[in-house]
Design a binder for this molecule. Structure first.
Ligand code: CU
Length: 151
């Protein structure tokens, strides 16, 4: 980031914080790992409050070698088999929301450098075309969790 842009961003933050963060990422959680498993899935709610479309490009974490955006699909034609596929980018329309939840879009996190226990956090960086990098601390939920942990 160039210095004058940083200064402008800081100024904007002081005056109108809502106008600065147009694409937000909230309620981010991942499932605890099981045994020696070093794979997990992450979920959260992305909202674009801006007037222009944004695009989720990637998600990374310093605590794993690989992270991919996946979409789960219930393939009725194949007898209701649930399959998932990597996706390159997910558009977030102006005023739109992307609810990443079990059975839909998720972040597949592979080759974690440590096990994840419920109650811990995992740093994630969501990269957007317009908003840039959004850093969040994902809550680690128990293995069987279906949604954002209550505490
Ligand atoms: Cu997946």
């Amino acid at each position: 980031m160039k210095p004058h842009i940083a200064a402008f961003a800081a100024l904007t933050l002081l005056i109108a914080p809502a106008a600065f963060a147009e694409t937000t990422v909230e309620h981010v959680w991942v499932r605890a790992t099981s045994g020696l498993g070093r794979v997990t899935a992450g979920y959260g709610v992305i909202a674009n409050t801006g007037a222009k479309a944004d695009k989720l490009l990637s998600v990374t974490t310093p605590d794993a070698k690989m992270a991919e955006i996946h979409e789960s699909k219930n393939q009725m034609a194949r007898g209701g088999v649930i399959s998932m596929e990597p996706v390159n980018a997910v558009p977030i329309p102006a005023g739109g929301k992307l609810d990443m939840k079990p059975g839909g879009f998720h972040v597949m996190i592979m080759q974690l450098s440590r096990p994840l226990k419920a109650g811990e956090t995992l740093p994630l960086v969501f990269k957007f075309e317009k908003q840039g990098a959004v850093k969040v601390e994902a809550k680690v939920a128990p293995l069987g969790a279906a949604g954002y942990p209550a505490n």
